[in-house]
Design a protein around this ligand. Sequence first.
Ligand code: KOT
Length: 775
Amino acid sequence: MGKDPEHAKFFDWRMALSHAIRDRIVDRWVASTRRTYEQDGKRVYYLSMEFLIGRLLEDGIVNLGLVEEVGETLRTFGIDYRSVLEDEPDAALGNGGLGRLAACFLDSLSTIGCPAMGYGIRYENGLFKQSFVDGRQVESPETWLQEPHPWEFGRPEVRFTLGFRGEVTTENGRTVWKPSELLQAEAFDTPIVGWQGRWANTLRLWAGRAVDPFDLDRFNAGDFAAAAEHEALARTISRVLYPEDSNEAGKELRLKQEFFFSAASIRDILRRFEGQHEDLRALPKKVAIQLNDTHPAIAGPELLRILHDERGLSFEEALEITHGCMNYTNHTLLPEALERWDERLFGRLLPRHLQIIDRIDDAHYRANPTRLLSARSDGQVKMGELSFIVANKVNGVSALHTDLMKKTVFKDLHGLHPDRIVNETNGVTPRRWLHSCNPGLSSLITDSIGDGWIADLEQLERLEPFIGKDDWLHRFRAVKAENKVTLCDYIAERHGMRLNPDAMFDIQIKRIHEYKRQHLNILEAIAHWQEIKDTPGGDWVPRVKIFAGKAAQGYHFAKDIIHLINDVAKVVNADAETRDSLQVIFLPNYNVTLAEHLIPAADLSEQISTAGKEASGTGNMKFALNGALTIGTLDGANVEIRERVGEENFFLFGMLADEVMQRRMIHDHAQQAIAADPRLARALEAIRSGTFSPQDPGRYVHIADNLTWSDYFLVCSDFSAYWQAQREADHAYRDPDLWARKAALNVARSGWFSSDRTIRGYMCDIWGAESLLAP
Ligand code: KOT
């Protein structure tokens, strides 16, 4: 770093260490790339608007097996290893589950040795930073690229010129699109190294650049701002991540971002293929493209356009090749999240693609004349339908979600193509979500069954015989207790609040959304607080309720839920009568790193979405794997988690997906539920009357009103069952050995939720790709 060690800051140590690790990764990376070219096997391209990768330094050290050596080396300089790691900012290039899944998949693809590449956008500003002012969420820009980022390799030589708008004409019988607005996409590569450094793939992110960055004439004429205008405009395309999770942005810039990275990626894929092959008809044999939701759906029409307009294949042949390469993962059935574009906006920006989408529709209709199911109707371009029609395989992300896809959103298309939809239940990488984040549990497991589980998570089953042994179970309990103390210290230091480490740690961390029902959780906390106050000195099981998560900037109801939870926390934590039995805290700025601190310390995992709404969830898997018990509905992957860990080790409550639909038909479902449960009525009344906002008593009337008069997500109807399940959890927690046994069984039986298993599923059922590593 060009500094005397005496004057080096943590930042300098981190950079020096990162460069040392990076050098060692590069060797493996180059070797893997060379191998991929030599073998010429099928390559997988994962197109995603989001990659929520978090920190990378520890990943590199752990995967290269250098933890001891790095620790010792730093010690000789008097530097603490953990503090150096804590200095790294998170790469927050995603909103939540969809982006984090993409990051887990990259890790698994490299661990398995599948030749693959992730393609996305190099956002200069990732997901906003969240802070609280008087309990309200305040957003500020995230600026991870303001300090040097040691993991990326700029590739200024890898650039593609792309365009928008302009004219579609015919020249010598061929259709030609002449865009009027041009910009360039420049590549930045990050190596993604797998377990034990046996393989490394590439994450390639595109940045916007001007075609001619600087206008010297304008500069010389004295107009300095205008001279740099082109560059500024081109850069806005990769400036910021849209902060919407499970919601449609519907903005022109968003569509431009989608086309920008999809088109650059398609060009890059074709360039690589054409460097090695002559016949474009072999493309589906060598290339599998996965669309992470519909955000990159325009990649289909773009590939088709190049094959047909530029390479001169017939439309039918181009369509067949495109269809052979493309696959689509659906991540949500929420109607407000399904992407639809106004056809005028779409046609102005991408005139040729609109024509191509019409021809795709025509071809689909000719082959399936039963009904017109089109990607373009009612003045809109429907990205879900388009993706389905173009894709070879379409997948859901949990068994329940895939089943609901077939019965609801894609019912008619599924009828026409009954073999197209497949299920690939999500998973999480055990390297980050157990081995690195929970070193205590990782060591206990490795001491017991060896370290084969890290790359073969189903080996965790071999823990079951240990769970019956008292001394092993005590060690298991000690690990959790220690993790809780560590978390208490972390929170005390950063937020000035001392939590009771003997209490049950009850955690809900995820984006704030009505369907995820953080408000159900806080209502139950209020009712519980009221009950404790009725009988002070009662024999309560102490609880610490922890929340974290961001609300989209424009989602006012979600922001009000955050405000309410903070207001409840203020009142409850100040109450001397209840403080030993109940504490509530909302931690600001939830991100991957905070999740890594919280999950190992959890006793109870809150997975309480309205049944049928959470496509899968992946936090639910991380908690179970780290020995938390789930309180949850039969939604998403909760269903499969419960099946595997055993119903006696899971606190189930609430309506099923079909009961939810029935219940909504009853016009006064919420009032009926309130009338039947005095605890619910009293908790709602406290919110309505300003118990938690005495200076502003009307602040939460609208929340109480919403729950009483509309309650689309059935908070009231599920309240009593949720309350009951919470009391069952209390009861079980009173017996520490019983609880520890249930928790340990969750660990032992969660091996199936490794993203390695998920990726093997995609390789076999969808991509037809193979590992290039010796078994
Ligand atoms: C949809 C539109 C824009 C941005 C994000 C989404 C989105 C996110 N849709 N689904 N998700 C989540 O994806 C996770 C990974 O599959 C699921 O576990 C989770 O249930 C989805 O809500």
